[in-house]
Design a protein around this ligand. Structure first.
Ligand code: NAP
Length: 278
C-alpha cells in the first residue's frame, strides 16, 4: 500500500509515483513504455509524473494510452515550460496537455523551471485554471530558496503545493536550505531523478545495507527517500523488473542504523551551493 502525503493547499498525493522523462521519444520503445506504466498501475501505483516537454508532448499521449479507463484512480502531474508560462500561455499549455492526456483535469500542475516570464503571471494563470477545474493543485520545479521566497510573496504563492527538485543520496544539498524551507510551510518536495538517472554510485555503505535486506541498492535509495514524510519519489522505469523492484521498495523499512550508515556514505555537503538540476 502506497502511503499518502499531505501538503499545502490541501493537496493529498501518493508518496510514490512513476516518472516519464525520455518516454515517447522513440517509437520502437513506445510499447514497452506503455506496458511499464500499466504494470505500475497493476501493482498499485496511482501517481504519474509527466510534462509537456517530454517527447514534445508524446509522453503525455503515451500516459493517456497507459491510463485509459483508469483515470479516476490516478493522480496526474504535468508541467508547463517556462517560455509558455505567461498568463495566457500557461492556460493554453494546460489545455494542450489536457487534450494529449485525454482528461479534463490535471491533479498537480507545475512550472517546470524558472524562466523569464513574471512569476505573478504564471500564478495568476494557475489560479484561473484552478477556478475552471482544469487543475486541482499547482506548484513549481527546480526552485531555489530565493525563487521560493519571491513566489511566496505573490498572490497565490501561499498555496504552492510542491517544489519538484533533483534529490537523491548523492545530491543532498537540498537538505541544507530548500527542503527545510518547504517543510516549514507545509510544501512537499518531489524528488526527481531519485536513482541518479540510473547512474547511482555504490559506496560500501549502500552495498552493505542492500545486502542486509537482500534488495538492490536502488531499492535502498528509494526506501531512504520514502522515509521522509515531506518527500514524494518518482523513479522512471521501463524494464518490468525495475518497475517491480521500485514498487516493492515502498514496503522496505530501513531502521535507524541503516539510515545512519547510508547517510555517512552520502554526506550532506558542508557548504550551501546553488540548487543542482543535473
Ligand atoms: P531516475 O528515475 O533517477 O532513473 C531512471 C533510470 O533508472 C532508468 O535508466 C531506469 O532504467 C533505471 N532504473 C529504474 N529502476 C531501477 C531499478 N530498480 N534498478 C536499476 N535501475 C533502475 O531518473 P529520471 O527519469 O531522471 O527521474 C525520474 C522522473 O523525474 C522523470 O522520469 C521525470 O518524470 C522526473 N524528472 C523531473 C525533472 C524536472 O526538471 N522537474 C527532471 C528530471 C526528471 P529503465 O528505464 O531501463 O528501467
Amino acid at each position: 500500500m502506497i502511503p499518502a502525503r499531505h501538503f499545502a493547499a490541501g493537496c493529498v498525493m501518493p508518496a510514490f509515483g512513476l516518472g516519464t522523462w525520455r518516454m515517447g521519444e522513440d517509437p520502437a520503445r513506445r510499447g514497452d513504455e506503455v506496458a511499464a506504466l500499466r504494470l505500475g498501475l497493476d501493482l498499485g501505483v496511482t501517481l504519474i509524473d509527466t510534462a509537456e516537454m517530454y517527447g514534445d508532448g508524446r509522453a503525455e499521449e503515451l500516459v493517456a494510452e497507459a491510463v485509459a479507463g483508469r483515470r479516476d484512480e490516478l493522480f496526474l502531474v504535468s508541467k508547463v515550460l517556462p517560455h509558455h508560462a505567461g498568463r495566457t500561455g500557461t492556460v493554453q499549455a494546460a489545455e494542450a496537455s489536457l487534450r494529449r492526456l485525454g482528461t479534463d483535469r490535471i491533479d498537480l500542475y507545475l512550472l517546470h523551471w524558472r524562466g523569464r516570464l513574471p512569476l505573478a503571471e504564471t500564478l495568476a494563470a494557475f489560479l484561473d485554471l484552478r477556478r475552471q477545474g482544469k487543475i486541482r493543485f499547482y506548484g513549481v520545479s527546480n526552485f531555489d530558496v530565493s525563487d521560493m521566497k519571491e513566489l511566496a510573496a505573490l498572490a497565490g504563492g501561499d498555496e504552492v503545493a510542491v517544489n519538484q527538485i533533483l534529490y537523491n543520496p548523492a545530491c543532498r544539498g537540498p537538505e541544507r536550505r530548500v527542503i527545510p524551507w518547504c517543510r516549514r510551510r507545509g510544501m512537499g518536495v518531489m524528488a526527481y531523478s531519485p536513482l541518479a538517472e540510473g547512474r547511482l554510485s555504490r559506496p560500501p555503505g549502500l552495498a552493505e545495507t542492500a545486502a542486509r535486506h537482500g534488495v538492490s541498492g536502488e531499492q535502498v535509495v528509494l526506501a531512504w527517500l520514502l522515509g521522509r514524510d515531506d518527500v514524494v519519489v518518482i523513479p522512471k522505469a521501463t524494464r518490468p523488473d525495475h518497475v517491480r523492484d521500485d514498487v516493492a521498495a515502498v514496503s522496505l523499512h530501513l531502521d535507524d542504523e541503516d539510515r545512519r550508515r547510508l547517510e555517512a556514505a552520502f554526506p550532506v555537503p558542508d557548504v550551501d551551493g546553488p540548487l543542482a538540476t543535473a
